[in-house]
Design a protein. Sequence first.
Length: 245
Amino acid sequence: MLKGKTAVITGGTRGIGFAIAKKYLENGANVAIAGSRQETVDKALSQLTEYSDRVMGICPDLCSPEEVAKAFNDVKERFGSFDILANNAGISSRTPLYDYTLEEFSKILDINLKAVFVCSQAAARLMKEQGGGSIINASSMVSKYGQPSGCAYPATKFAIDGLTTSLARELAKDNIRVNAVAPGVTNTDMVAALPKELVEKISAGIPLKRPGEPDEVADAYLYLASDMSSYVTGIVLRVDGAASN
Ligand code: NAD
């Protein structure tokens, strides 16, 4: 489904991001995994050796326009095009408002929102030049329902939905589609870090009665990256088993 296309996946070293990288590779794409540290990028690459001619790692500071532009240009130079950006990197926290520091609030905004702006801008410049592309952002079920603590995280995901809709309208003229995927509870390290009782309680309230798997979320990223969604832009695709809070 993605033969000959080139994709960058931020936070592609583990969890949902790694599942997206694998899915894109299985479907013929060239893939650049963007991680925060060379060590974790190398670890991810060591699990993808069968695709070594089509996969590379990059480690720009995702909030630095200069570093991101350079890394994305390197990707285009290596593979010859730049077609898909999965803005997947994200961090979460459940700190109560009374204990929240401005530093923690800013850190979550930086990775979950500012980095999406920086990466989307750099990607859109390359995509416009070559006649189009697809940008896919990581939203969440909390972009609809909020969450009872850790207010920065849902705030960034509400913002991602707004950024997605707005950029879809702005970039349509350049044949760049912009969509988001909103997973529910998905079995990754992010969820493993939550109290077990909390995950059980949330899972019991999901109509499909289980958390999602990274591979199931990656399927939505594949659809939105491929030509099967060529007339789809500006949507937030929920992959959450119909979870409602
Ligand atoms: P995870 O914690 O397993 O992985 C997050 C990835 O982001 C890691 O690869 C990490 O290295 C990377 N990352 C974090 N900070 C970074 C930085 N500064 N630079 C580069 N990479 C950085 O998380 P996950 O569960 O796979 O989540 C992936 C995305 O999906 C996130 O945006 C998250 O908000 C969203 N999401 C996850 C769930 C879930 O239940 N797991 C639900 C809804 C939305």
